[in-house]
Design a protein around this ligand. Structure first.
Ligand code: SAH
Length: 387
């Protein structure tokens, strides 16, 4: 029997609801290639089954606490089907969403996003790779896609000793897929776009912003324009700012797919744009600030906080009296309390009276499990300039 023995500390992590056991807590490593292993504690007490990654710092990822469980195709079928069924309500308003959010769905290191009739997956651990044919065939059966693409180009695969590549696993997947989301249409780029082709995690926030948008609107860090397109439904004029010419080119094509007010696409550094707008005395009734993750790791948090503070403070200053601003952070390392603290600091330095109207977290299809901090990263706030 292939088994791993873990320390008391490792076992405690599982008891606390976290699926990972680190290398340093594996006292006896399984003599086996990557795959599924039985896990026991030092007293030979059976703790369940886990994905085993021989090269990774995260050696074990809990699949099932039941020592009597059988990890076979039927087991994967049940977990995958349950995750997909949870997303059913989204189909009423959008044809793209995350079907599997890894640890958030009890399927560690597996990501699967749906773009209309196509799926994009990420297999992010060596243990999971072992199950690739099973997973692909179940996804094919349960979701019935026209094609499945693996965006296995994520950097974390290196830590698992896995190659980084984008590869077609089944059928055909087009370069661009039209996403319909709460009345807006945009093209996602599954082969080359950021993440798996679009920022699906902001879907509910975009819908919320569309409800409250008005007047002159500004979308900072616009990418392919998804917030801008929603703003354009109610605003009089939208300015969308991003540094990426490629993203803006797609944003222009996306605007052509939709009706709404005119959108100006500006290729510029958002920090510089905001400073220049302040000097020029420009004001906006609605602003969106959705920057990339400034903190890629814990050590970078200091610089990242300065960046978030600066960009939020500048945006607050541009709000017309009564203006609304939606601001987000997708840095896992910027925790919810620190996000709020950062906004408090920016508001206080902005010289404006800023009200906190709403706080938001992750949408239905990106479940954040409270005992697994790594499943949560997105925070948002809707703010209002009181005068
Ligand atoms: N709001 C988008 C996602 C934004 S992702 C959506 O909902 O789809 C972050 C974007 O910020 C990327 O498109 C990246 O090109 C852009 N970016 C990064 N640094 C920037 C900067 N300093 N100024 C403007 N845009 C920047």
């Amino acid at each position: 029997m292939v088994a791993a023995t873990v320390s008391a500390k490792g076992a405690l992590r599982w008891q606390g609801g976290h699926p990972w056991i680190f290398k340093s807590d594996v006292s006896q490593r399984p003599d086996a290639p990557a795959g599924v292993v039985r896990v026991t504690d030092a007293r030979r007490q059976e703790l369940g089954w886990a994905l085993w990654s021989p090269m990774s710092e995260i050696s074990l990822r809990l699949l099932d606490r039941d020592p009597g469980a059988v990890i076979d195709a039927a087991w994967w079928h049940e977990r995958i089907s349950r995750a997909i069924t949870r997303r059913a309500p989204i189909a009423a308003t959008a044809n793209a969403c995350r079907l599997i959010h890894g640890e958030g769905d009890g399927l560690p290191s597996l990501v699967c996003d749906r773009y209309d009739r196509w799926l994009v997956v990420q297999l992010l651990s060596a243990g999971l790779e072992h199950w690739r044919p099973t997973i692909v065939s179940i996804l094919d059966e349960v979701a019935g896609p026209l094609g499945i693409l693996a965006r296995n180009d994520a950097a974390v695969r290196e830590r698992e000793g896995l190659p980084r590549l984008t590869e077609l696993l089944a059928g055909e997947v087009p370069r661009e897929v039209e996403v319909r989301e709460d009345g807006v249409r945009y093209l996602a780029a599954p082969w080359t776009g950021q993440k798996t082709g679009a920022f699906l995690d902001q879907r509910e926030n975009r819908a919320r912003v569309a409800q409250v948008a008005r007047g002159r609107a500004l979308d900072c860090f616009s990418y392919h324009g998804s917030f801008a397109l929603h703003l354009a439904r109610r605003a009089d004029h939208v300015t969308a700012v991003d540094t990426s010419a490629d993203a803006l080119e797609r944003a222009r094509s996306n605007a052509a797919l939709n009706t709404g007010c005119p959108i100006d696409f500006v290729e510029a550094d958002a920090f510089e744009y905001l400073r220049a707008a302040e000097r020029a005395g420009t004001r906006f009734e609605t602003i969106v600030v959705d920057p990339p993750a400034f903190a890629k790791n814990r050590a970078a948090i200091g610089n990242a906080l300065r960046g978030y503070h600066e960009v939020n403070l500048r945006a607050m200053r541009l709000l017309a009296p009564g203006g609304l601003m939606f601001t987000a952070s997708c840095s896992y390392h910027l925790t919810k309390p620190r996000f709020l603290e950062m906004l408090e600091g920016a508001a206080s330095d902005s010289g404006r009276r800023i009200a906190l109207r709403e706080l938001s977290g992750q949408p239905l299809d990106h479940p954040e499990i409270l005992s697994i901090p790594e499943t949560g990263y997105l925070k948002g706030a809707l703010l209002e300039a009181m005068d």
